[in-house]
Design a protein around this ligand. Structure first.
Ligand code: UT7
Length: 341
């Protein structure tokens, strides 16, 4: 049996903030942001828009794609979903309830188990393997909806130039189906290799210090600023370059492949320089790497899924193509997937 991605979707809020918009407010420049990160703009959700709102839009988008493809009724696809796995670091509520349950209700996907995962920017990669694993262990489970949704603008200090320029809001969704195709041999399909990894020694290189049980809000406390991400950019950068190269190397080795066998590499869109470092290491041409960081900045868990949906809708993924996804981020977490489309 194979675990195939049969539909994709995305949601990006309309509010677009360019580097020049930021430079008008904080001490930065379009030139600095572009040369250090490759970012030109980011999309920011309007006040009142929550993680589940973007998640729902991305999920509906993927469900519509599947309905068009198979002729099924949208309601039947929803009620036939067995799992909803939602990767996020910016949930609707602080842990209770999961954002996945909010989405399950809004979709009326009444037969789906629903839960969130926190693997930060590697959330989409973790979500794919968890979905495949849970589909594989129960004969009656057929379809999983994997969503990655982030409103990181809520946890970014707008006055901190070291983080405010980096992050954007967005969501992506895929539907994974258990099919009778093989997942080995020449006719194999779907998720064929997966690597999940973590190095918790770097947990405080990127974190939100306030609001959890380690450093809770106290009654009567007056906050000068909202809790926001604190980052040791250099440490994350060095980790990310190691993580992306190690993951690509391991995935290729596990599948006995070279870069030449890969049609597309879709990296987490954190910083174009991190991706360039991996490109140089493996001699990867620009045409093989899909980048959209210039428009969306770093949308954390959602970035790989947004890129996958853009490629899919542009008709650039052909049946049989070997696609390599690679993610890394806070935790520190990292990992990757090899998919036969
Ligand atoms: O999903 C994972 C999430 N996080 C990441 O991917 C972040 C990984 N790290 C990075 O991408 C890079 O470390 C950054 C883009 C965050 C920073 O780039 P850098 O080349 O490592 O810059 P730096 O932190 O070493 O700072 C260089 C200079 C400093 O000024 P001085 O001390 O040399 O005078 C900073 O204060 O650049 C300054 N700087 C800025 N200047 C203009 C830092 N942020 C900005 C800014 N605009 N936005």
């Amino acid at each position: 049996m194979a675990f195939e991605i049969v539909a994709t979707g995305k949601a990006v809020p309309p509010g677009r903030v360019t580097n020049d918009d930021l430079a008008a407010r904080i001490d930065t420049t379009d030139e600095w942001i572009r040369s250090h990160t490759g970012i030109g703009a980011r999309h920011i959700a309007a006040e009142g828009v929550a993680c589940s709102d973007l998640a729902l839009e991305a999920a509906e988008n993927a469900i519509s794609m599947l309905a068009e493809k198979t002729g099924e009724r949208i309601e039947d696809i929803k009620s036939g979903l067995d799992l909803i796995i939602l990767a996020t670091t910016s949930p609707d509520y602080t842990g209770v309830p999961s954002t996945a349950c909010v989405v399950q209700d809004k979709l009326n996907a009444r037969n789906a188990a629903a839960f969130d995962i926190t693997a930060c920017c590697t959330g989409f990669i973790y979500g794919l393997e968890i979905a495949a694993g849970l589909l594989s262990i129960a004969a009656n489970r057929k379809r999983a909806l994997v969503i990655a949704s982030e409103i990181l603008s809520h946890f970014t200090d707008p006055d901190d130039r070291s983080t405010a320029v980096l992050f954007g809001d967005g969501a992506a969704a895929i539907i994974m189906e258990k099919t009778p195709c093989p997942n080995e041999g020449v006719n194999r399909r779907g998720l064929v290799q997966s690597i999940l990894a973590a190095d918790g020694s770097g947990a405080l290189s990127l974190y939100i210090p306030k609001g959890g049980t380690r450093n809770p809000f106290k009654v009567g406390e007056v906050l000068e600023k909202l809790p926001s991400m604190k980052m040791d950019g250099r440490a994350v950068y060095n980790f990310a370059v190691r993580a992306i190269t190690e993951t690509i190397e391991k995935l290729l080795k596990a599948d006995n492949k070279t870069i030449d066998d890969i049609k597309w590499i879709i990296p987490h869109q954190a910083n174009a320089r991190i991706v360039s470092a991996a490109q140089k290491r493996f001699g990867i041409s620009d045409e093989k790497i899909y980048m959209n960081i210039e428009e969306y900045a770093n949308t954390s868990a959602a970035s790989i899924g947004i890129a996958l949906d853009e490629l899919n809708r542009a008709g650039k993924l052909q049946r049989g193509d070997l696609i390599l996804l690679v993610g890394f981020g806070a935790g520190m977490t990292y990992g990757g997937s090899l998919i036969v489309w």
